[in-house]
Write a protein that binds this ligand. Structure first.
Ligand SMILES: Cc1ncc(COP(=O)(O)O)c(C=O)c1O
Length: 377
């Protein structure tokens, strides 16, 4: 039976903006976050198989019950090292990590005075939701606009309150980079704690793929990253002080009340982390492809925003044009991500191109030729 509530919910989906699930297998795929193609790396698959056979299909419980393992603890100590932090703690997904870490760390119940939080407007939804869960109001600065951040700090910082600044390091929808040096400088003027989401940077940037945060490790309060992007796996982690790790183990509901990751997933994640130092050639190839895409699109007069990474938005603004171009590319067996509001601000609808090391210069040429010759834009 369809209840009246179900009908009311269905009506919320507005004509023309409906999102549908899609299958990617038959396309040249520009939607995948598997930037280093580690999800199919033979040694990653082998590690997962061996763990599955040795330790079984599931973790059997939350970490504080039966779900802890030497494999998890070893991976955590390697992640801490990779990120230049004292300790790390694994979570079950990036979304869940941000939600529960921020929902816990920013909650006023743990402080004498309410936390004051500044965040980049374009931070991932999971960071915004973490703030909502904590019940705090964010002061959101314009994307990458540190003059605006400074003016918000002047206006809203209050001595004696805990202050936080939240940012991604590589922004997942725009492919541009935060300036962590400036953010740390501003944070230090008010003793603010800086929290960085490295979902799209880990594996691809920094020494040995350690991300962009490792150069600022001792100026940061905490870093989170995921295994679900360049590491080709699943799950996420927090890296910071041992005290913060202990605090999260004891107070973060998303950690306490959720079954640990399965052994095969931990083993695959671990093998991917081990491979990172050897992937110089892959990182170089990815940057060369990105350069090719950006210069081709700029010659064609397209707006690729401030992207300086392997994530490149082709910003058309108009939803209808984006939808048509997305379909046109699909008809030519090229899959891109169609990104609209509310994922990105209104009037900045775009096709998001995510490059990975399996793309070739021919794939890029095909993509730019089809878009360049299309009559849609
Ligand atoms: C910046 C950022 N943080 C967190 C997440 C969530 O990670 P996961 O897909 O592992 O839940 C994403 C995923 O798209 C992301 O882009």
């Amino acid at each position: 039976m369809v209840s009246p509530f179900q009908k009311a919910l269905a009506k919320k989906i507005k004509a023309g903006t409906k999102r549908d699930l899609q299958l990617c297998q038959d396309y040249i795929n520009f939607t995948s976050n598997d930037y280093l193609a580690l999800s199919t790396h033979p040694s990653v698959i082998q590690a997962a198989k061996a763990a599955l056979e040795k330790d079984g299909a599931g973790a059997t419980g939350a970490r504080l019950l039966s779900g802890n393992s030497k494999a998890l603890e070893k991976l955590e100590s390697e992640l801490a090292q990779l990120k230049g932090q004292e300790a790390a703690l694994i979570f079950n997904s990036g979304f869940q990590a941000n939600l529960t870490i921020l929902g816990t760390l920013l909650s006023s119940q743990y402080y004498d005075k309410t936390p004051i939080v500044f965040s980049d407007r374009l931070n991932h939804a999971s960071m915004h939701q973490g703030c909502q869960l904590a019940g705090i109001q964010q002061h959101r600065y314009h994307h990458l606009d540190y003059d605006h951040l400074q003016s918000l700090i002047k206006k809203h910082a209050v001595p004696g309150h805990p202050h936080f600044i939240l940012t991604e390091s590589v922004f997942g929808m725009d492919g541009d980079k935060a300036d962590l040096g400036i953010i740390c400088d501003l944070a230090e003027t008010i003793d603010a704690s800086v929290y960085v989401d490295e979902a799209h940077a880990t594996g691809v940037y920094g020494k040995n793929g350690s991300g962009l945060s490792s150069d600022y490790a001792n100026r940061l309060f905490g870093v989170m990253g995921t295994f679900s992007k360049a590491l080709g796996g699943f799950g996420a982690y927090f890296a910071g002080s041992q005290e913060l790790k202990d605090f999260l183990i004891n107070f973060a509901p998303g950690f306490i009340y959720s079954t640990a990751l399965p052994p095969a997933t931990i083993a695959a994640n671990h093998q991917a982390v081990k491979l990172l130092p050897s992937l110089h050639h892959e990182r170089h190839h990815l940057q060369a492809l990105a350069q090719q895409v950006r210069s081709s699109f700029s010659q064609l007069g397209f707006n690729t925003g401030q992207s300086t990474t392997h994530i490149i938005p082709v910003i058309l603004g108009d939803v209808e044009k984006c939808t048509k171009l997305h379909q046109h590319l699909k008809d030519a067996e090229l899959l891109t991500s169609l990104i609209r509001s509310p994922t990105v601000p209104l009037h900045t609808s775009r096709l998001r191109l995510a490059l990975n090391v399996k793309h070739t210069t021919e794939d890029i040429k095909l993509l730019t030729d089809i878009i360049g010759n299309s009559l849609i834009v």
